[in-house]
Design a binder for this molecule. Sequence first.
Ligand code: ASP
Length: 329
Amino acid sequence: MNKPIQFALSAIAATVAFGASAQDFPAKDRTVTIVVPFAAGGPTDRVARDLAEALRKPLGGVSVVIDNAAGAGSTIGTAKAARATPDGYTLLLNHIGMATMPALYRKLPFSVPNDFEYLGIVNDVPMTLIGRPTLPANNYKELATWIEQNKGKINLGNAGLGAASHLCGLLFQSATKVEMTTIAYKGTAPAITDLIGGQIDLLCDQTTNTTSQIEAKKVKAYAVSTAQRLKTPSLKDLPTLAESGLPNFEVTIWHGLYAPKGTPAPVLAKLNEAVKAAVKDPDFIKKQEGLGAVVVADKRVEPAEHKKFVQAEIAKWGPIIKAAGTYAD
Ligand code: ASP
């Protein structure tokens, strides 16, 4: 057979084979992996594990597992997912970092608009400002006084540049006009362990990680980052930061699911259908509500709306981050 014909035939065969496997997605003997770019046991990991369970049934009972590729404020895991084979078997769950990283990093090993397929926003999560159990302050007013008296000595934990805790901490320092020493971890799971142990003083973290620690009184809770107080019984008495003297302070974290760019359209359609089923799953909704999170019930679960929302968030946070002043290479 002459070369060009042979090449054309094998290209057709490859297309047919890929097309067929896209139709069969997900194969019963394969595993779908969700890359979580933060440490196990933390807030994003908890959302991912609940989501994995909710996705299993709509994906025909296939197993959905988590790969914690943590570090560098989620850039390591996000880059790993961007480079994965685009066949639907490797996905990424990440949060608002997808919108803040472009402003925080001068160079990123991936492009948020160009290297991903968007599969839907799954939830919104409030944040809480919490302190080590030995902090003398018992409410936000006392904390504000303690911060004034301890300027230059305060350690604030976070999960690295681009993490939600970093964003909240950045805004908090800017609003209080007090610079704190930030300690970066691979996720807020290890950060909250150090907070409980008294190695750091403060942490602003998602309720999916802090609710159980607040309920167990292992940390001191001072305020919530949302515009309104929360409805979760154990968090409903916490004031907002805005009402505590930091006007307009508002951060809500959202999580979205992504596939690497180039994943075949029929696979993306099946994955998005599964996401839509997951966000209606009463079990998933209940578990997330118990952690203070709100499962998405609006059009952001549509891929085009998810992408539009991320672009709007990039446009919103860029100038705020620049004004708050930040530092990244
Ligand atoms: N999402 C991070 C984690 O799961 C925490 C953060 O972004 O602050 O650890």
